[in-house]
Design a protein around this ligand. Structure first.
Ligand SMILES: NC(=O)c1ccc[n+]([C@@H]2O[C@H](COP(=O)([O-])OP(=O)(O)OC[C@H]3O[C@@H](n4cnc5c(N)ncnc54)[C@H](OP(=O)(O)O)[C@@H]3O)[C@@H](O)[C@H]2O)c1
Length: 321
């Protein structure tokens, strides 16, 4: 089968579309013929090997795994002998490393694709929507009626965060640039702030929860708009330096907020089946609809990563397989 292979750190130019062995079906696994995948900043870190601190997880001198991609949607081709939930022919979506390939064998994080979603829409979901769900629900403890601000509302995570926060009953304010104002309003934000025209930290409005995907503001700026018992959930941050990357912003904010009554939380989303099922239900009920920016072919993964690296995607970037 064909798969995108990464053998050393560097730029996306080093990625190759190669013939590799098709994965075997494990007893507790499901073999899926991938029909679509999507790109995440985590893939970008795996290619660049930067920030260097990320190499603790992905491999010190060269990538531990030569395969790339996480999010996929596709058709079950075969199931292991312990699997009772799926049958060949089922349409599924989920997360598994090595998704930029014609086949993946997946164990846990896979669920049936709702009939109202195309494979491309479903492939947009796993990492970005799980991040939004876990960040808002578990880390932010979002409650109906709360005022929630989403800084970075127009990208992969942000477009899911706006819709999930609305589905959970919050009053949502989305922050984005001028060209994305209509998009963010169209997915349900009650208020939209164009960060190129208005400084939301000087608006005088206060929030119970700030979900910070962009990480574009300091703690003293964020603090101004947070109620005394509010929570700041840090999701992402600018690329930062070679050593620490986005972590330097996260450490700075957490240290600065140590003595505040407001809570600051940073987390890394975890792929798991119960939360994939929650997302499937939200998608099926049409409370959440994936926003797709561009589509690329499997051979064009390097172009997709370069575009993602520019940091201004409007929703998710899809790989059609
Ligand atoms: N903690 C976790 O588990 C986790 C999981 C997934 C992703 N992340 C992190 O979350 C971040 C975003 O991921 P993503 O997949 O959503 O990326 P993405 O699709 O590339 O989206 C980036 C978005 O950020 C917006 N943006 C850029 N500068 C901004 C600013 N100054 N103010 C407000 N918005 C701004 C862009 O909108 P404009 O074009 O309008 O500027 C763009 O829509 C990354 O740092 C990623 O590493 C963390």
């Amino acid at each position: 089968m064909k798969a995108i292979v990464v053998q050393k750190y560097g730029s996306p130019d080093l990625l190759e579309l190669k013939d590799v062995d098709k994965p075997a079906v494990e007893d507790d696994g499901v073999l899926v013929r991938v029909r679509a995948a999507s790109v995440n900043p985590a893939d970008w870190y795996g290619v660049a090997g930067r920030p260097y601190v990320a190499r603790i997880a992905v491999g010190l001198l060269k990538p531990k795994s030569d395969r790339l991609g996480i999010d996929f949607a596709g058709t079950v081709e075969a199931v292991g002998k312990d699997i009772t939930e799926f049958r060949p022919g089922d349409e599924v979506f989920g997360g598994r490393s090595g998704a930029f390939a014609e086949y993946v064998c997946v164990r846990n994080a896979v669920v049936l694709r709702p009939a109202n979603l195309t494979p491309e829409q479903a492939a947009a979901v796993p990492v970005a929507a799980l991040t939004a769900l876990q960040g808002l629900r578990d880390k932010g403890q979002i409650q109906p009626g709360q005022k929630v601000l989403i800084n970075g509302a127009s990208g992969g995570v942000g477009t899911f965060a706006v819709q999930i926060a609305k589905a959970l009953g919050a009053e949502v304010t989305g922050v984005c640039s001028t060209r994305n104002v209509d998009l963010v309003r169209s997915i349900g934000a009650d208020h939209v702030i164009d960060y190129t025209r208005e400084d939301f930290t000087r608006s005088g409005r206060r929030y119970d929860l700030m979900f910070d995907v962009a990480g574009s503001r300091s703690w003293s700026e964020c603090k101004r708009i947070l109620n005394p018992q509010a929570t700041l959930v840090i999701v992402g941050a600018p690329k930062g330096g070679r050593l620490m990357g986005p972590l330097s912003h996260i450490v700075r904010v957490r240290l600065a907020a140590l003595r505040s009554s407001r809570k600051v939380v940073w987390f890394i989303a975890k792929m798991n089946k119960p939360d994939m099922a929650v997302l499937r239900d939200l998608l099926q009920a049409r409370k959440v609809t994936p926003v797709i920016d561009r589509r690329y072919k499997l051979s064009e993964v390097p172009d997709a990563l370069r575009y993602l690296g520019e940091g201004h995607a409007q929703g998710k970037i899809i790989i059609t397989v």
